[in-house]
Design a protein around this ligand. Structure first.
Ligand code: COA
Length: 322
Protein backbone atom coordinates (compact mmCIF):
# COMPACT_ATOMS: atom_id res chain seq x y z
CA UNK A 1 0.00 0.00 0.00
CA UNK A 2 1.08 3.60 -0.61
CA UNK A 3 1.82 5.44 2.60
CA UNK A 4 3.14 8.92 3.32
CA UNK A 5 6.55 8.53 4.95
CA UNK A 6 8.72 11.03 6.79
CA UNK A 7 11.92 11.86 4.85
CA UNK A 8 13.49 14.74 6.77
CA UNK A 9 12.86 17.85 8.84
CA UNK A 10 14.27 21.33 9.34
CA UNK A 11 13.58 24.42 11.39
CA UNK A 12 14.46 28.09 11.66
CA UNK A 13 14.39 30.69 14.40
CA UNK A 14 14.79 34.47 14.27
CA UNK A 15 18.21 35.81 15.31
CA UNK A 16 16.97 37.69 18.40
CA UNK A 17 16.33 35.91 21.70
CA UNK A 18 14.17 37.73 24.27
CA UNK A 19 14.27 36.42 27.84
CA UNK A 20 11.46 36.83 30.36
CA UNK A 21 13.61 39.30 32.30
CA UNK A 22 14.08 41.44 29.19
CA UNK A 23 10.33 41.37 28.54
CA UNK A 24 9.65 42.42 32.15
CA UNK A 25 11.40 45.73 31.42
CA UNK A 26 8.58 46.82 29.10
CA UNK A 27 5.61 44.67 30.23
CA UNK A 28 4.14 44.47 33.76
CA UNK A 29 5.22 40.87 34.38
CA UNK A 30 8.05 38.86 35.93
CA UNK A 31 10.32 35.95 35.06
CA UNK A 32 8.83 34.02 38.02
CA UNK A 33 5.21 34.49 36.92
CA UNK A 34 5.90 33.41 33.32
CA UNK A 35 7.99 30.39 34.36
CA UNK A 36 5.51 29.19 36.97
CA UNK A 37 2.38 29.57 34.84
CA UNK A 38 3.79 28.48 31.45
CA UNK A 39 7.30 26.97 31.70
CA UNK A 40 8.54 29.59 29.19
CA UNK A 41 11.98 31.12 29.83
CA UNK A 42 12.62 32.83 26.49
CA UNK A 43 11.29 33.28 22.97
CA UNK A 44 12.71 34.32 19.57
CA UNK A 45 11.27 37.45 17.95
CA UNK A 46 11.58 38.34 14.27
CA UNK A 47 13.42 41.48 13.11
CA UNK A 48 12.00 43.61 10.27
CA UNK A 49 13.89 41.61 7.64
CA UNK A 50 12.65 38.27 9.03
CA UNK A 51 9.14 37.31 7.88
CA UNK A 52 7.00 34.19 7.89
CA UNK A 53 8.18 33.46 4.32
CA UNK A 54 11.91 33.94 5.06
CA UNK A 55 11.73 31.71 8.16
CA UNK A 56 9.67 29.12 6.25
CA UNK A 57 12.17 29.11 3.37
CA UNK A 58 15.08 28.61 5.76
CA UNK A 59 13.28 25.70 7.49
CA UNK A 60 12.33 24.17 4.12
CA UNK A 61 15.93 24.31 2.89
CA UNK A 62 17.11 22.55 6.04
CA UNK A 63 14.40 19.88 5.65
CA UNK A 64 15.34 19.24 2.01
CA UNK A 65 18.99 18.87 2.99
CA UNK A 66 18.05 16.53 5.84
CA UNK A 67 15.99 14.42 3.42
CA UNK A 68 18.80 14.38 0.83
CA UNK A 69 16.44 15.90 -1.76
CA UNK A 70 16.26 19.15 -3.76
CA UNK A 71 13.35 21.37 -4.79
CA UNK A 72 13.34 19.49 -8.13
CA UNK A 73 12.07 16.43 -6.23
CA UNK A 74 9.12 18.33 -4.68
CA UNK A 75 5.68 18.57 -6.30
CA UNK A 76 3.60 20.06 -3.45
CA UNK A 77 4.01 22.71 -0.74
CA UNK A 78 1.42 23.05 2.02
CA UNK A 79 2.21 25.83 4.48
CA UNK A 80 0.34 26.39 7.73
CA UNK A 81 0.25 29.93 9.08
CA UNK A 82 -2.01 32.48 10.75
CA UNK A 83 0.52 35.24 10.07
CA UNK A 84 1.09 35.22 6.30
CA UNK A 85 3.42 37.80 4.71
CA UNK A 86 0.38 39.23 2.87
CA UNK A 87 -3.37 38.56 2.80
CA UNK A 88 -2.55 37.08 -0.61
CA UNK A 89 -0.72 35.55 -2.42
CA UNK A 90 -0.24 32.51 -0.20
CA UNK A 91 3.08 32.48 1.65
CA UNK A 92 3.65 28.98 0.20
CA UNK A 93 4.04 30.50 -3.28
CA UNK A 94 6.73 32.89 -1.99
CA UNK A 95 8.56 29.94 -0.46
CA UNK A 96 8.22 27.93 -3.70
CA UNK A 97 9.78 30.79 -5.69
CA UNK A 98 12.55 31.43 -3.12
CA UNK A 99 13.49 27.74 -3.32
CA UNK A 100 13.64 27.88 -7.13
CA UNK A 101 10.51 25.79 -7.75
CA UNK A 102 7.55 26.49 -10.06
CA UNK A 103 4.48 24.93 -11.59
CA UNK A 104 3.38 22.53 -8.84
CA UNK A 105 0.65 23.41 -6.28
CA UNK A 106 1.63 25.55 -3.29
CA UNK A 107 -0.95 26.89 -0.86
CA UNK A 108 -1.52 27.95 2.75
CA UNK A 109 -3.84 26.42 5.32
CA UNK A 110 -5.20 28.40 8.27
CA UNK A 111 -5.92 26.44 11.43
CA UNK A 112 -3.76 28.54 13.78
CA UNK A 113 -1.87 26.38 16.31
CA UNK A 114 -3.27 23.15 14.79
CA UNK A 115 -2.20 24.32 11.34
CA UNK A 116 0.70 21.91 10.95
CA UNK A 117 -1.55 18.91 11.71
CA UNK A 118 -4.06 20.17 9.12
CA UNK A 119 -1.26 20.75 6.57
CA UNK A 120 0.23 17.31 7.16
CA UNK A 121 -3.22 15.69 6.91
CA UNK A 122 -3.83 17.50 3.59
CA UNK A 123 -0.44 16.49 2.16
CA UNK A 124 -0.96 12.90 3.36
CA UNK A 125 -4.33 12.70 1.57
CA UNK A 126 -2.90 14.17 -1.65
CA UNK A 127 0.06 11.79 -1.58
CA UNK A 128 -2.03 8.69 -0.92
CA UNK A 129 -4.45 9.60 -3.74
CA UNK A 130 -1.58 10.08 -6.20
CA UNK A 131 -1.84 13.88 -6.53
CA UNK A 132 1.70 14.38 -5.19
CA UNK A 133 4.87 12.35 -4.72
CA UNK A 134 7.05 14.44 -2.39
CA UNK A 135 5.73 17.35 -0.34
CA UNK A 136 7.15 20.10 1.78
CA UNK A 137 4.86 20.59 4.78
CA UNK A 138 5.68 23.78 6.65
CA UNK A 139 4.47 25.53 9.79
CA UNK A 140 5.70 29.12 9.99
CA UNK A 141 4.65 32.12 12.07
CA UNK A 142 5.57 35.63 13.12
CA UNK A 143 3.01 35.94 15.92
CA UNK A 144 4.98 38.87 17.36
CA UNK A 145 3.37 40.99 14.59
CA UNK A 146 -0.20 40.32 15.84
CA UNK A 147 0.42 40.54 19.59
CA UNK A 148 -0.88 43.39 21.71
CA UNK A 149 2.35 44.24 23.53
CA UNK A 150 0.31 45.98 26.25
CA UNK A 151 -1.69 42.84 27.07
CA UNK A 152 0.52 40.93 29.49
CA UNK A 153 -1.86 37.95 29.54
CA UNK A 154 -1.04 37.13 25.90
CA UNK A 155 2.18 38.84 24.76
CA UNK A 156 4.43 36.82 27.09
CA UNK A 157 3.18 33.50 25.68
CA UNK A 158 4.22 33.59 22.02
CA UNK A 159 7.33 33.53 19.84
CA UNK A 160 8.28 33.37 16.14
CA UNK A 161 9.76 30.50 14.13
CA UNK A 162 9.28 27.86 11.44
CA UNK A 163 9.53 24.09 11.03
CA UNK A 164 9.24 21.87 7.98
CA UNK A 165 8.88 18.20 7.03
CA UNK A 166 9.63 16.53 3.74
CA UNK A 167 7.19 13.66 3.30
CA UNK A 168 6.75 11.37 0.33
CA UNK A 169 4.97 8.36 -1.13
CA UNK A 170 6.37 4.92 -0.38
CA UNK A 171 5.03 1.44 -1.06
CA UNK A 172 5.03 -0.30 2.32
CA UNK A 173 3.68 -3.54 3.77
CA UNK A 174 0.15 -3.16 5.18
CA UNK A 175 1.19 -4.06 8.73
CA UNK A 176 4.42 -2.57 10.01
CA UNK A 177 6.68 -0.22 8.07
CA UNK A 178 7.09 3.53 8.24
CA UNK A 179 4.63 6.33 7.55
CA UNK A 180 1.60 8.21 8.80
CA UNK A 181 -0.58 5.52 10.38
CA UNK A 182 -3.64 7.55 11.41
CA UNK A 183 -4.75 11.17 11.62
CA UNK A 184 -7.77 12.85 13.13
CA UNK A 185 -8.69 16.53 12.73
CA UNK A 186 -11.46 18.49 14.46
CA UNK A 187 -12.96 21.98 14.57
CA UNK A 188 -15.67 23.62 16.65
CA UNK A 189 -16.52 27.22 15.76
CA UNK A 190 -18.71 27.59 18.85
CA UNK A 191 -15.59 28.53 20.81
CA UNK A 192 -14.22 31.16 18.41
CA UNK A 193 -14.47 33.94 21.02
CA UNK A 194 -12.12 32.21 23.48
CA UNK A 195 -9.06 32.63 21.23
CA UNK A 196 -9.17 34.92 18.19
CA UNK A 197 -7.74 37.97 16.44
CA UNK A 198 -9.85 41.14 16.61
CA UNK A 199 -9.26 42.19 13.00
CA UNK A 200 -9.20 40.91 9.45
CA UNK A 201 -9.38 41.99 5.80
CA UNK A 202 -13.14 41.44 5.43
CA UNK A 203 -14.24 42.92 8.76
CA UNK A 204 -12.05 45.73 10.06
CA UNK A 205 -9.59 45.99 7.19
CA UNK A 206 -6.81 45.64 9.76
CA UNK A 207 -4.60 42.78 10.86
CA UNK A 208 -5.83 42.85 14.48
CA UNK A 209 -4.40 41.50 17.73
CA UNK A 210 -4.57 38.16 19.54
CA UNK A 211 -7.28 37.98 22.24
CA UNK A 212 -7.64 35.02 24.58
CA UNK A 213 -9.54 33.76 27.62
CA UNK A 214 -6.57 31.75 28.85
CA UNK A 215 -8.19 29.79 31.64
CA UNK A 216 -11.03 28.47 29.45
CA UNK A 217 -8.67 27.65 26.58
CA UNK A 218 -6.54 25.67 29.03
CA UNK A 219 -9.48 23.55 30.18
CA UNK A 220 -10.70 22.73 26.64
CA UNK A 221 -7.15 22.01 25.45
CA UNK A 222 -6.48 19.26 27.98
CA UNK A 223 -9.87 17.56 27.42
CA UNK A 224 -9.77 17.73 23.60
CA UNK A 225 -6.14 16.66 23.28
CA UNK A 226 -6.44 13.65 25.58
CA UNK A 227 -9.51 12.49 23.61
CA UNK A 228 -8.01 12.93 20.13
CA UNK A 229 -4.84 11.12 21.19
CA UNK A 230 -6.90 8.18 22.42
CA UNK A 231 -8.95 8.17 19.18
CA UNK A 232 -5.90 8.22 16.89
CA UNK A 233 -4.22 5.43 18.87
CA UNK A 234 -7.40 3.31 18.66
CA UNK A 235 -7.70 4.00 14.91
CA UNK A 236 -4.13 2.75 14.36
CA UNK A 237 -4.47 -0.17 16.79
CA UNK A 238 -1.96 1.03 19.39
CA UNK A 239 -2.04 1.82 23.14
CA UNK A 240 -0.48 4.80 24.96
CA UNK A 241 2.35 2.53 26.18
CA UNK A 242 3.45 1.87 22.56
CA UNK A 243 4.32 5.53 21.92
CA UNK A 244 8.06 6.35 21.86
CA UNK A 245 7.61 10.13 21.70
CA UNK A 246 4.78 12.63 21.91
CA UNK A 247 5.52 15.87 20.05
CA UNK A 248 2.81 18.23 21.26
CA UNK A 249 1.97 21.77 20.28
CA UNK A 250 4.14 23.82 22.64
CA UNK A 251 1.61 26.16 24.26
CA UNK A 252 2.21 25.73 27.95
CA UNK A 253 4.17 23.21 30.02
CA UNK A 254 1.17 22.72 32.33
CA UNK A 255 -1.05 21.71 29.36
CA UNK A 256 1.61 19.19 28.22
CA UNK A 257 1.89 17.83 31.73
CA UNK A 258 -1.88 17.56 32.34
CA UNK A 259 -2.47 15.87 28.93
CA UNK A 260 0.34 13.35 29.50
CA UNK A 261 -1.02 12.58 32.97
CA UNK A 262 -4.54 11.96 31.60
CA UNK A 263 -3.09 9.32 29.26
CA UNK A 264 -0.78 7.80 31.86
CA UNK A 265 2.30 8.86 29.85
CA UNK A 266 5.58 9.79 31.49
CA UNK A 267 6.89 13.31 30.74
CA UNK A 268 10.15 11.54 29.73
CA UNK A 269 8.36 10.65 26.48
CA UNK A 270 7.16 14.18 25.77
CA UNK A 271 9.33 16.52 23.67
CA UNK A 272 9.37 19.91 25.41
CA UNK A 273 10.70 23.05 23.71
CA UNK A 274 8.17 25.58 25.02
CA UNK A 275 10.79 26.73 27.56
CA UNK A 276 13.08 27.86 24.69
CA UNK A 277 10.67 28.81 21.89
CA UNK A 278 7.41 29.75 23.71
CA UNK A 279 4.23 29.19 21.66
CA UNK A 280 5.10 29.49 17.95
CA UNK A 281 1.59 28.45 16.82
CA UNK A 282 1.70 26.39 13.58
CA UNK A 283 5.50 26.22 13.74
CA UNK A 284 5.66 24.61 17.15
CA UNK A 285 5.12 20.91 16.31
CA UNK A 286 7.67 20.69 13.45
CA UNK A 287 10.11 22.91 15.41
CA UNK A 288 9.90 20.62 18.44
CA UNK A 289 10.10 17.50 16.26
CA UNK A 290 13.17 18.82 14.43
CA UNK A 291 14.89 19.63 17.72
CA UNK A 292 14.43 16.05 19.00
CA UNK A 293 15.22 14.50 15.58
CA UNK A 294 18.52 16.38 15.29
CA UNK A 295 19.64 15.72 18.89
CA UNK A 296 18.97 12.00 18.37
CA UNK A 297 16.05 11.52 20.76
CA UNK A 298 13.67 10.65 17.91
CA UNK A 299 15.16 7.85 15.78
CA UNK A 300 14.15 5.86 12.69
CA UNK A 301 11.49 3.32 13.60
CA UNK A 302 10.08 5.31 16.54
CA UNK A 303 6.33 5.65 16.99
CA UNK A 304 5.67 9.38 17.33
CA UNK A 305 2.40 11.14 18.17
CA UNK A 306 2.04 14.69 16.86
CA UNK A 307 -0.78 16.73 18.41
CA UNK A 308 -2.07 20.29 18.58
CA UNK A 309 -4.98 22.50 19.60
CA UNK A 310 -5.63 26.11 18.64
CA UNK A 311 -8.02 28.92 17.87
CA UNK A 312 -11.31 28.03 16.24
CA UNK A 313 -11.22 25.78 18.18
CA UNK A 314 -9.29 23.42 15.96
CA UNK A 315 -7.40 20.35 17.13
CA UNK A 316 -5.93 17.15 15.85
CA UNK A 317 -3.33 14.41 16.13
CA UNK A 318 -1.33 12.23 13.79
CA UNK A 319 0.52 8.99 14.55
CA UNK A 320 3.75 8.55 12.60
CA UNK A 321 6.17 5.63 12.39
CA UNK A 322 9.40 7.53 11.56
N1 COA B 1 2.45 38.54 34.39
C1 COA B 1 1.98 38.71 35.63
N2 COA B 1 0.68 38.55 35.95
C2 COA B 1 -0.16 38.19 34.96
C3 COA B 1 0.29 37.99 33.64
C4 COA B 1 1.65 38.19 33.38
N3 COA B 1 2.17 38.01 32.15
N4 COA B 1 -0.77 37.64 32.89
C5 COA B 1 -1.83 37.59 33.70
N5 COA B 1 -1.47 37.93 34.95
C6 COA B 1 -2.30 38.03 36.15
C7 COA B 1 -3.76 38.29 35.85
O1 COA B 1 -3.98 39.67 35.67
C8 COA B 1 -4.43 37.74 37.08
O2 COA B 1 -4.34 38.70 38.11
P1 COA B 1 -5.58 38.92 39.13
O3 COA B 1 -5.74 37.60 39.82
O4 COA B 1 -5.06 40.01 39.99
O5 COA B 1 -6.73 39.29 38.26
C9 COA B 1 -3.56 36.57 37.47
O6 COA B 1 -2.31 36.76 36.81
C10 COA B 1 -4.15 35.21 37.08
O7 COA B 1 -4.56 35.29 35.73
P2 COA B 1 -5.17 34.04 35.01
O8 COA B 1 -5.39 34.38 33.56
O9 COA B 1 -6.34 33.50 35.76
O10 COA B 1 -3.93 33.04 35.15
P3 COA B 1 -3.82 31.52 34.78
O11 COA B 1 -3.33 30.76 35.93
O12 COA B 1 -5.03 31.01 34.07
O13 COA B 1 -2.62 31.54 33.72
C11 COA B 1 -2.30 31.47 31.34
C12 COA B 1 -2.75 32.29 32.54
C13 COA B 1 -2.53 32.28 30.08
C14 COA B 1 -0.82 31.17 31.48
C15 COA B 1 -3.09 30.15 31.30
O14 COA B 1 -4.46 30.39 31.43
C16 COA B 1 -2.84 29.40 30.05
O15 COA B 1 -1.75 28.97 29.78
N6 COA B 1 -3.89 29.15 29.24
C17 COA B 1 -3.76 28.47 28.00
C18 COA B 1 -3.29 29.46 27.02
C19 COA B 1 -2.73 28.84 25.81
O16 COA B 1 -1.83 28.06 25.87
N7 COA B 1 -3.26 29.24 24.67
C20 COA B 1 -2.80 28.85 23.42
C21 COA B 1 -3.43 27.57 23.04
S1 COA B 1 -3.09 27.34 21.36
Amino acid sequence: MIRTVFKGSGSALPRRVVTNAELAKTVDTSDDWIRERTGITQRYLAADDETTATLATQAARAALENAGLTIADIDLIVLATATPDSTFPATATKVQHALGGSGFPAFDVAAVCSGFLYALGTADSMIRTGMATNALVIGAETFSRILDWEDRATCVLFGDGAGAFVVGAQDVAEDGGPGILATQLHADGEFADLLYVDGGPSTTGTVGHVRMKGREVFRHAVTNLAQVLRDVLAKAGYAPGDIDWVVPHQANLRILDATARKLGLSMDKVVVTVDQHANTSAASVPLAFDTAWRDGRIAKGDLVMLEAMGGGFTWGASLLRV
